[in-house]
Design a protein around this ligand. Structure first.
Ligand SMILES: [Zn+2]
Length: 267
């Protein structure tokens, strides 16, 4: 209590001393001083943009200072919510709920894709065609919990648990269940994913898909220890242009590394 009383007069004094003209001077002056020596006889002509700036509008409350950093531009990503464009799904991070069903899917060929990913895919496909690299097609898009269960069981039955799970995710752990992942190929390749990695379209997509908000989610065998999957050049994940651009500029190729999440080599 004593501590508080001793400091009570201080705010009162500040209110008296810091008159509005002084406050304006204090805020405007540094703009012209250029960080150099103080020169009180300088009387710069304020430019209209400075005098019109709301940051120097008279305010009797000295605690309100201009915010120099624009915090509103910092993107907020949600890596946990199943419906988030940036949800991170891997062998350690199942969808919540595990049988999550995305809303707003559109049909493309035989596949269904979540709407934002579908729109971006249309633009990506047009760009690939314009570059004369082939006609993009979707081999696999949205897969429900139930269908993933069948795919997973079939691969495990065929190849055994270890090898089967290298190719098929457990239900609830597949990005395809979000509707934001698509396995692409070209009609020239019969829409088969196997030969896609050797195509020019694949090389172009690996370099440019970020412009459309996609990443090659399993970018190389060198990242298998992080993502849990070998190189899958056909598996594109829509994360939104903002995040895809940020990953590209920072040269970070996996969501786990970008968000500082634990590696997910196995379940
Ligand atoms: Zn896939």
């Amino acid at each position: 209590m004593r501590f508080q009383r001793e400091f009570q007069p201080k705010p009162r004094n500040w209110k008296v001393v810091l008159t509005t003209p002084m406050l304006i001077g204090a805020l405007v002056f540094p703009l012209f001083s250029g960080g150099g020596a103080m020169a009180v006889d300088e009387s710069p002509t304020p430019s209209p943009s400075v005098s019109a700036s709301p940051s120097v509008s008279p305010s009797p409350d000295v605690s309100i200072l201009p915010i120099t950093e624009d915090t509103t531009r910092i993107p907020l990503y949600d890596t946990d919510k199943a419906s988030s464009l940036q949800v991170v799904v891997n062998k350690k991070r199942p969808l919540n709920p595990i049988d999550y069903l995305p809303r707003g899917k559109v049909q493309i060929g035989y596949s269904w894709v979540a709407k934002p990913a579908a729109e971006a895919y249309g633009q990506l496909k047009a760009a690939v065609s314009a570059k004369k690299l082939g006609t993009l097609c979707i081999n696999s898009g949205y897969r429900s919990f139930a269908s993933q269960k069948i795919i997973h069981a079939a691969k495990v039955a065929q190849l055994g648990k270890t090898n089967g799970e290298k190719l098929a995710a457990r239900p609830g752990h597949s990005e395809h269940q979000t509707g934001l992942a698509i396995d692409v190929s070209t009609t020239q390749l019969g829409c088969r994913i196997g030969p896609f990695g050797a195509s020019k379209a694949s090389k172009w997509i690996a370099e440019n898909a970020w412009q459309y908000g996609f990443i090659v989610r399993y970018p190389s065998n060198a990242k298998t220890a992080i993502t849990g999957y070998v190189w899958e050049p056909w598996h594109l994940r829509f994360v939104g242009i903002e995040l895809a651009t940020e990953m590209k500029s920072k040269k970070i190729t996996t969501l786990e590394e970008f968000f500082g999440l634990p590696a997910a080599p196995k379940y």
